[in-house]
Design a protein around this ligand. Structure first.
Ligand code: NAD
Length: 497
């Protein structure tokens, strides 16, 4: 029995009438678990029209009432936490622990959206000129859209719609077609939280649906998370159609290991951050640069990574699951083969790996290369698989040069016992999120997710105060009120241009 995935359009859950069918598969065995009737152009346009209509009333709902929807929503998400994580694990192949983390990181953003009244406050200055005050309001934009990737089907949609909607916008979500059932559950719970009809719309599909969102005049802002090529396309097409766009794209995250670091901490952290979640995290550490004598730890790191065992989502001993699709597996295996051909030393090769009873799954075992150079394909391309590339440098300065030469800038970490080295690294590194003895420095929602360079196109980032700026427009008012007995002379406004 396969499930039929539902769109949520104009307050109704519907299978849709699209003729193009998309199969959703279990990555552990590639059996079809659900099907989608991809949204037609008409269905996407209807969703946008319904969201536009809902905006006229939702933007007038008092901010504390909008916050109350978020309070109910975060409560419902918590109450259904394990149920959502189970759906998520089944369609992504993630281990249950990992799936729970995906849901929890999303819930934290919904919690943050409960603070909307404080977040959305404007600014005031009294007496900018004699008896004249200036103050600003932040007002919603209208209909916003979100296009999300497969790798965090709970967290990333939740980066977007709770804050956009709390700001007074309405929202059309187009999640990844590879794991659509988690977002569907998120939307069902949003309805249960009391969001009025039309405020949130859910459409499933691929490029056809996305292209309607990118070009439709009633979409005011687009939030995207996904791969580099698609991110560039979304940013260029969205801005070309005069929309506000934030596009979070691919990554290649480096860590720098100093010889004074705590060896065991480095090894423990690197194992999880490199091959954990099958390397399918945009903040995964996929390159480790060992400075000086730290390179002596590479054999021990190899032994630790060799012990990692992938498995199915409900296997409590499994460290990570399969990659998302046969195409993803093929891409990872091709890059591993290229790494060997191009002269990197393969210390661990997970190309020929399977899990008993799940031989048809998209398995890739833990893989590790040393002597990687910046010209190699395994260095230049985002592998998005459980593969760690190791490099060496003589000095911290040389390591910083390597990291800064990368076109990406999502996340990075330094492992060291030296405050001076850490300070130099945090100050000079051209990467938007820096960990100091912290392997995956994803900021909590009161900060923002601040990727740089080729990992992000736009200016205002996801969640935190920046998301509120992204989803609102500022209106600045300059006001003067005359008292009835004001003298003739005081009627002349000062020159304020
Ligand atoms: P993807 O780019 O293939 O898909 C993302 C979304 O774009 C999906 O909803 C998909 O349907 C849509 N899409 C795909 N091709 C399209 C096209 N040609 N035209 C219009 N829309 C299209 O990404 P993915 O494989 O689902 O996700 C993995 C990627 O996401 C990795 O590169 C990863 O680094 C990146 N990612 C980045 C961040 C970040 O914060 N920078 C976070 C998570 C994931």
């Amino acid at each position: 029995m396969t499930t039929q995935v539902k769109h949520y359009i104009d307050g109704q859950f519907t299978l849709g009438e699209g003729q193009q069918q998309i199969s959703v598969t279990n990555p552990a065995n590639n059996e079809v678990i659900a099907t989608i009737n991809a949204a037609t152009v008409n269905e996407v346009e209807f969703a946008i029209a319904s969201a536009k209509k809902a905006f006229t009333t939702w933007k007038e709902v008092p901010v504390s009432e909008r916050a109350r929807v978020m309070f109910r929503y975060q409560h419902l998400l918590k109450a259904h936490h394990d149920e959502i994580a189970t759906i998520l694990a089944q369609e992504t192949g993630k281990t249950f622990e990992d799936a729970k983390g995906d849901v929890w990181r999303g819930i934290e953003v919904a919690e943050h959206a409960c603070n909307i009244a404080s977040l959305i406050m404007g600014e005031t200055v009294e007496n900018v000129a004699r008896s004249i005050d200036t103050y600003s309001y932040t007002q919603p934009l209208g209909v916003c859209a979100g296009i999300t990737p497969f790798n965090f089907p709970a967290m990333i949609p939740l980066w977007m719609f709770p804050l956009a909607i709390a700001c007074g916008n309405t929202f059309v979500l187009k999640p990844s077609e590879q794991d659509p059932m988690t977002p569907q559950r998120l939307v069902e719970l949003f309805e249960e939280a009391g969001a009025p009809k039309g405020v949130l719309q859910l459409i499933h599909g691929d490029k056809t649906a996305v292209d309607v969102l990118l070009t439709h005049e009633d979409i005011k802002a687009i939030s995207f998370v996904g791969s580099v090529g698609v991110g560039q396309y979304i940013y260029k097409t969205g801005t070309d159609n005069l929309k506000r766009v934030q596009a979070f794209a691919g990554a290649k995250n480096h860590c720098v290991v100093m010889p004074d670091a705590n060896k065991q901490q480095v090894i423990n952290n690197l194992v999880g951050a490199s091959v954990g979640a099958a390397g399918q995290r945009c903040m995964a550490l996929s390159v480790a640069v060992f400075v000086g004598e730290a390179k002596k730890w590479i054999p021990e790191l190899r032994d630790a990574i060799a012990k990692v065992r992938p498995g199915v989502w409900d296997d409590k001993e499994a460290a990570y699951g399969p990659v998302i699709s046969p195409a993803a597996k093929e891409r990872v295996l091709k890059l591993i083969a290229q790494g060997k051909e191009e002269g990197a030393e393969c210390l661990l090769d997970g190309s020929d790996f399977t899990v008993e009873g799940f031989e048809k799954g998209n398995w890739v075992g833990p893989t590790m290369f040393t002597n990687v150079t910046t010209e190699m394909s395994i260095y230049k391309e985002e592998i998005f698989g459980p593969v760690l590339c190791c490099m060496e440098s003589e000095t911290l300065e040389e390591a910083i040069e390597i990291v800064n030469a990368s076109p990406y800038g999502n996340g990075t970490s330094i492992f060291t016992a030296s405050g001076a080295a850490a300070r130099k690294y945090q100050h000079n590194i051209e990467v938007g999120q820096v960990g100091i003895n912290v392997p995956i420095p994803v900021p909590l929602p009161f900060f923002s997710f601040t990727g740089w360079k080729g990992s992000f196109y736009g200016d205002q980032h996801a969640y935190g105060k920046q998301a509120v700026r992204f989803y609102t427009e500022t209106k600045t008012i300059t006001a003067r009120w005359f008292e009835s007995d004001i003298s003739e002379a005081e009627h002349h406004a000062p020159n304020m241009t």
